[in-house]
Design a protein around this ligand. Structure first.
Ligand code: AMP
Length: 306
């Protein structure tokens, strides 16, 4: 079943201890849509400027992503500049140029308004809300955000969260949004704002999923070489939501499906960090994904003795 994403399509300039890239293809919606496209049909809502090359459009088209909702506006594409130290878990944002996103007001093509699965990737909560309002009765809405918006448009974000089923944010963002340091207390506070499920992304330590009163821990795949963590969160979300949309044959989404989806999320994030920009996704195959999913079973399974 179809999955719609609204978020940023960007040029990223990124420096890590292992190299750097200038104006590579990036953006929250780009990473999300690419990861999700390995599992289900994806529709993308975003804006790019006159400077966005056909080469990137062709890459997204080749992944089968529906670009009817990708507008091209006068002006420059969104740009983000960030840096990571050896502690790769959180980026230091050096510069954010919203450019064409400043005046973007998404108007969904009629074919998009009945989409069953919706992901509000990291972008101004105002735009997330705009899109949410235009989709009629989605089965599931999930959302991401970042400190830039928690600090810059908190009220808008709280308003968006009232209509969201699943929130996926990193540890620092959980603390900033809830005002609590302890993650269990923070999860309770956030789950009182609207979402029924909270996924806390913890970089190389994996993720924690708080679903009602259940907690599920997902490890990150232990890799020998990590080049660039940019987009790992969005790739996690793409794998997660892609699997949910692919298994959409039941009325309600079971805890088992949520757990499988979280493992696939971690699988997709592990591929993302193996190269700069979306480069690892370009050569990725269904076999690679399946193989790593099986390896997760070995990584997490154990005998239970009493
Ligand atoms: P992640 O590493 O998964 O948290 O997301 C990284 C992506 O988010 C990068 O490709 C950036 O282009 C994008 N990004 C960074 N800051 C923002 C922002 N304020 N709004 C929207 N997207 C952003």
């Amino acid at each position: 079943m179809s999955l719609l994403v609204v978020g940023s399509v960007a040029f990223d300039t990124v420096k890590t201890p292992f190299g750097e890239i200038k104006e590579g293809l990036g953006g929250s919606a780009t990473y999300f849509a690419t990861a999700a496209s390995f599992f289900t049909d994806v529709q993308l809502v975003a804006v790019v400027g006159e400077d966005f090359p056909e080469e990137h459009i062709n890459f997204l088209k080749k992944r089968g992503i529906d670009l009817a909702g990708l507008e091209r506006s006068m002006g420059q594409t969104f740009r983000w500049k960030g840096e990571y130290g050896y502690q790769l878990n959180e980026a230091k944002t050096l510069k954010t140029d919203l450019n064409v996103f400043e005046s973007f007001r998404p108007k969904l093509p009629p074919s998009y308004t009945k989409v069953p699965y919706l992901f509000l990737a990291n972008i101004d909560p105002l735009l997330q809300f705009d899109v949410m309002k235009q989709v009629v009765g989605p089965r599931l809405t999930a959302c991401d955000t970042m400190n830039f918006w928690i600090e810059g448009n908190r009220d808008g974000l709280i308003k968006t969260l009232t209509g969201v089923d699943i929130l996926m944010i990193n540890e620092g963002e959980v603390r900033a949004l809830s005002g609590e340091f302890n993650l269990v207390k923070a999860a309770k506070t956030i789950l009182s704002l609207g979402p029924k499920t909270l996924i806390v992304k913890r970089g190389e330590y994996g993720a924690l999923m708080f679903n009602g009163n259940k907690i599920f821990a997902v490890p990150a795949y232990p890799l020998e070489s990590v080049f660039d963590p940019t987009g790992a969160g969005d790739s996690f979300a793409g794998g997660f939501m892609g699997v949910i949309a692919q298994n959409a044959d039941h009325e309600s989404i079971s805890d088992k499906t949520l757990r499988q989806a979280a493992i696939y999320g971690s699988v997709m994030a592990s591929f993302c960090v193996e190269a700069f920009s979306l480069d690892r996704m370009r050569s990725l195959t269904q076999d690679d994904i399946r193989q790593r999913y099986i390896e997760f079973k070995d990584l997490t399974g154990y005998e239970y003795f009493v």
